[in-house]
Design a protein around this ligand. Structure first.
Ligand SMILES: Cc1ncc(C[n+]2csc(CCOP(=O)(O)OP(=O)(O)O)c2C)c(N)n1
Length: 519
C-alpha cells in the first residue's frame, strides 16, 4: 500500500463516505486511491466554494463529516468563505489538502504557498502529515477533531510524496468526543430561574432546534410561561406540522430589540448571545434590553436537547407542548409574484420531510413566515453571512438524504457566486428544486446603504448594487448545465411550475421574477 491507500482505508473505517473534490496534480495519488475504493463516493465540484458548501450541507443533515479534497493553498483559499459558514454552523468537516512533495518545497515552484497558514484561518485543527506512514494517522486525527462538540473544521495536509511512498499500515479510527453533557448544577440553576417570576425567553440554537429539543422547550414554555426564540440564521431548524413553533429573531436590530423588549431573563440553549449583524452609527449592537439577565443552559457544544428535557422534568412540565396543526386552508396565491406568494405555494406543495435551503436573503423574509404551517421539514440557513453557500449546501444535503426532496430558495446575486453547483446536481442525479429569486439587485445592500447613513447615493453608487444591464437569464444558465428550467412572473405561473417540479424527480430550476417590496 502507498500512503494514499492507507489513508483512504482509515477514512472509510472512520465512517467517512463522501468526498467533495476539486483536485490538482499534487493530489493525483489521492484521486487514484479514491478511484480504487468502493466505499468512498467522489463528487466533483467545479469550484472550491462548491466543495466546502456541499460539505457544509452534507454535515448539517448527517452530523457526520464529509471529506473535501482541495489543491494546495490556492484551492483551499477559494473554499474559504463556505468553510467560514460551516464553522459558524458548528458542523464537522474534514479537509484533505494536497501539497508539493516535501523535498520540492525548497524550489518555491509557482503553486508553492503556506498551506497550513491558509488552513489555520478557518480550521480548528490543522495537521501536516510527517511521512507516508503518518498520513493515515493524520487523517484519523482530523476526523476525530471534526467530531468534537457539535462539530469542527479539521484540516490535514498531505504532501504528495507521503501519498505515493510506501506505507506499512492504515491507522485505526479514533473516537470523536461529541456533545458534552450539561452539569446537574446548571440544570438546577436553570430550573430555579424558571420559577423566579421574571419574564423569560429561551434563546435556542444549534442542535436544540431539532424536533426533540423544540418539543422539550415547548414543554418548558407551557409550564413556566417562557417564550421561545431562536437564532436569526439557524443551521438547521425543524419546523412545520406537528412541531413546536419558535420565533426567529428578526435580522434588523430595531426589530430584534423589539422582539426582546419585555424579556427580563434570557436563557441560552445552544445559541450565542444575540447581537446585531453589523454596527450602525449611533445604534446599539447588544440586543437584549438593559438589565436583562443572560443565563446559559447549554453551549452549542453541549447536549441542549437532553438538558431541556431534564429541566422540563425538573419543573414538572407534564403537559405536551403546543404544536403546529395541519392547515387545510392555505389558499392558492394569485396575482403578482411576491415572496409571500412563493411561500404560500411552498406551504401548499412541500412534501413531508423536505429540506429547504434558504439563501433567499431579502425574499426569505417574506417566504419564511408563510411556510410555518407546511408539512414537516428542515430549514437550513446561511449561518456565517458569507453568501454563495445556498446552491452548494443544497447539493450536499441532497447527497446526504437522497430520498428527501430538497428545495433551494436562492437569491440571484448570491446564486452567481457558486452557480456551477447546478452542474454537480445533475451529474449526481440529485433531487433538488432550485428557485431563483430574480430581483435583479443586491437588494439588501440598497436597504443597508440607507441604514448606515452613507449619504445620498449617486447613480455610480447604485450601479454597484444593481444586477441589471445585462439581465441575468437563469433559465439559459441552468439549461447550459443540463438542468431543466422554467420562468414564472406571476403567482399562478409559479404555483403551477412549483407543483410540477415537486411531482417530478431530478434537479430543476424555476426563475421567479419577483415583485418585491423592500423592508
Ligand atoms: C462572501 C460575501 N461577499 C460579499 C458579501 C456582501 N453582500 C451581502 S448581501 C450581498 C448581496 C445580496 O444580493 P442577493 O443575493 O441578490 O440577495 P438580495 O439582497 O437581493 O435579497 C452582498 C454582495 C457577503 N455577505 N459575503
Amino acid at each position: 500500500m502507498n500512503g494514499a491507500e492507507s489513508l483512504l482505508q482509515t477514512l472509510v473505517d472512520a465512517g467517512v463516505k463522501v468526498c467533495f473534490a476539486n483536485p490538482g496534480t499534487s493530489e493525483m495519488h489521492l484521486v487514484s486511491a479514491i478511484g480504487r475504493t468502493e466505499a468512498m463516493r467522489p463528487v466533483l465540484c467545479l469550484f472550491e466554494g462548491v466543495v466546502s458548501g456541499a460539505a457544509d450541507g452534507y454535515a448539517r443533515m448527517t452530523d457526520k463529516p464529509a471529506l473535501t479534497l482541495l489543491h494546495l493553498g490556492s484551492g483551499f483559499s477559494n473554499s474559504m468563505a463556505n468553510q467560514h459558514n460551516a464553522k459558524r454552523a458548528h458542523v464537522p468537516l474534514v479537509n484533505m489538502v494536497g501539497d508539493h512533495a516535501t523535498y520540492h518545497l525548497k524550489y518555491d515552484a509557482p503553486l508553492t504557498s503556506d498551506v497550513p497558514g491558509h488552513a489555520n484561518l478557518v480550521s480548528d485543527f490543522v495537521r501536516v502529515s510527517e511521512s507516508a506512514d503518518d498520513l493515515a494517522r493524520a487523517g484519523a486525527e482530523a476526523v476525530q477533531a471534526s467530531l468534537r462538540g457539535a462539530g469542527r473544521v479539521a484540516t490535514f495536509i498531505a504532501p504528495a510524496n507521503h501519498a505515493w511512498e510506501e506505507s506499512s499500515q492504515a491507522a485505526s479510527p479514533l473516537p470523536g468526543q461529541g456533545l458534552e453533557p450539561v452539569s446537574t448544577a446548571t440544570l438546577k440553576e436553570i430550573a430555579e430561574a424558571l420559577g423566579n417570576g421574571k419574564r423569560t425567553a429561551l434563546f435556542l440554537g444549534g442542535r436544540a432546534l431539532r424536533e426533540a429539543g423544540l418539543f422539550a422547550a415547548g414543554r418548558i414554555a407551557a409550564a413556566a410561561g417562557a417564550r421561545l426564540l431562536c437564532e436569526v440564521f439557524p443551521a438547521r431548524l425543524q419546523r412545520g406540522v406537528g412541531r413546536v413553533m419558535v420565533q426567529r429573531l428578526p435580522y434588523f436590530a430595531e426589530s430584534a430589540m423589539e422582539a426582546l423588549e419585555e424579556v427580563e431573563q434570557l436563557i441560552l440553549v445552544g445559541a450565542a448571545v444575540p447581537v446585531s449583524f453589523f454596527a450602525y452609527p449611533g445604534k446599539p449592537g447588544w440586543l437584549a434590553p438593559e438589565g436583562c439577565e443572560v443565563l446559559t443552559l447549554a453551549t452549542v457544544d453541549q447536549d441542549g436537547t437532553a438538558a431541556l428535557e431534564a429541566v422540563a422534568d425538573r419543573i414538572g412540565a407534564a403537559a405536551p407542548p403546543d404544536v403546529v396543526e395541519a392547515g387545510t386552508d392555505i389558499p392558492a396565491p394569485s396575482g403578482s409574484l411576491t415572496p409571500v406568494a412563493i411561500g404560500q405555494s411552498l406551504a401548499r406543495s412541500l412534501p413531508d420531510n423536505a429540506i429547504v435551503v434558504d439563501e433567499a436573503n431579502t425574499c426569505g423574509m417574506g417566504i419564511f413566515p408563510a411556510t410555518g404551517r407546511a408539512a414537516p421539514h428542515d430549514w437550513l440557513m446561511l449561518t456565517g453571512g458569507a453568501i454563495g453557500d445556498g446552491l452548494p449546501m443544497a447539493l450536499g444535503a441532497s447527497i446526504a438524504c437522497p430520498d428527501r426532496k430538497v428545495v433551494a430558495l436562492q437569491a440571484d446575486g448570491s446564486a452567481m457566486y457558486t452557480i456551477q453547483a447546478l452542474w454537480s446536481m445533475v451529474r449526481e442525479q440529485t433531487d433538488v428544486v432550485v428557485v431563483i429569486m430574480n430581483n435583479r439587485s443586491y437588494a439588501i445592500l440598497n436597504v443597508e446603504l440607507a441604514r448606515v447613513g452613507a449619504g445620498q447615493p449617486t447613480p455610480k453608487t447604485l450601479s454597484m448594487l444593481d444586477l441589471s444591464h445585462p439581465d441575468l437569464d437563469f433559465v439559459s444558465l441552468a439549461q447550459g448545465m443540463g438542468v431543466k428550467a422554467g420562468r414564472a412572473s406571476t403567482a399562478e405561473e409559479f404555483e403551477a411550475l412549483f407543483a410540477e417540479a415537486i411531482a417530478a424527480r431530478g434537479p430543476c430550476l424555476i426563475e421567479a421574477v419577483v415583485d418585491q417590496q423592500l423592508p
